[in-house]
Design a protein around this ligand. Structure first.
Ligand SMILES: CC(C)(COP(=O)(O)OP(=O)(O)OC[C@H]1O[C@@H](n2cnc3c(N)ncnc32)[C@H](O)[C@@H]1OP(=O)(O)O)[C@@H](O)C(=O)NCCC(=O)NCCS
Length: 179
């Protein structure tokens, strides 16, 4: 994965009904370590990263790059949304396209926060890179992620085997400009 390319970054914090999306800050470091060390979060993502490795290697301001949003609820980080560009090593249908990822803390699952935050991030994306589709890869066994992808308007492109599991590649067609 590489970055989205030349875009204005960071945007003003994006406010939704319940959440704020913003770039990462030094104060998010502990939450990032919790998120990346969580076995539950990584059930369908190839397993967590060891906490002691994260403690050693996580920069003071983690994951600060164009397209990486911290999702905040009542002032605390509950998740991360990632919009990156899929590299040429990916499936041909995905290569070069913007790719959506999402990771939320287990305590925050099941309240619709992921859908609310991803919708806002995709709206932002449509504003900065209008007319571009977005792709998403998830294990088909990851029911919550599959439901979320469908809710966000992703449509199946193909299923394929990788990383010892069936993967689902979905695409969200570009927003059509209002007539
Ligand atoms: C994927 C993830 C962000 C979804 O979070 P969430 O809080 O469940 O999302 P939402 O509350 O917005 O709900 C999305 C939908 O999934 C459903 N859902 C959530 N958990 C579910 C589960 N265990 N089984 C079935 N459906 C589930 C919700 O009910 C909702 O569908 P609905 O609106 O039709 O009811 C969260 O589970 C997560 O962070 N998982 C770990 C990281 C990951 O696997 N990311 C995917 C790779 S990019």
């Amino acid at each position: 994965m590489s970055h989205l390319g030349p875009i204005a970054w960071p945007p003003e914090p994006i406010k939704t009904e319940r959440l704020v999306l913003r770039e990462s800050e030094a104060r998010d470091r502990a939450a990032f370590i919790d998120l990346l060390a969580s076995p539950e979060v990584h059930t369908y993502l190839g397993g967590p990263i060891a906490r002691d490795k994260l403690e050693r290697e996580t920069p003071e301001v983690p994951e600060r790059w164009p397209g990486s949003f911290v999702v905040e609820l009542d002032g605390a980080m509950i998740g991360q949304i990632l919009l990156r560009r899929a590299t040429e090593h990916r499936r041909p249908a995905a290569a070069g396209k913007a790719d959506l990822g999402y990771l939320f803390m287990p305590q925050a699952w099941g309240f619709g926060y992921a859908a609310e935050a991803c919708t806002a991030a995709l709206d932002w994306f449509d504003g900065v890179l209008p007319g571009e589709p977005v792709v998403l890869t998830t294990q088909s066994a990851n029911v919550a992620s599959m439901r979320l992808a469908a809710k966000l308007g992703f449509i199946e492109v193909e299923r394929f085997e990788a990383w010892d599991a069936e993967q689902w590649l979905g695409m969200r067609p570009p927003a059509t400009p209002a007539a």
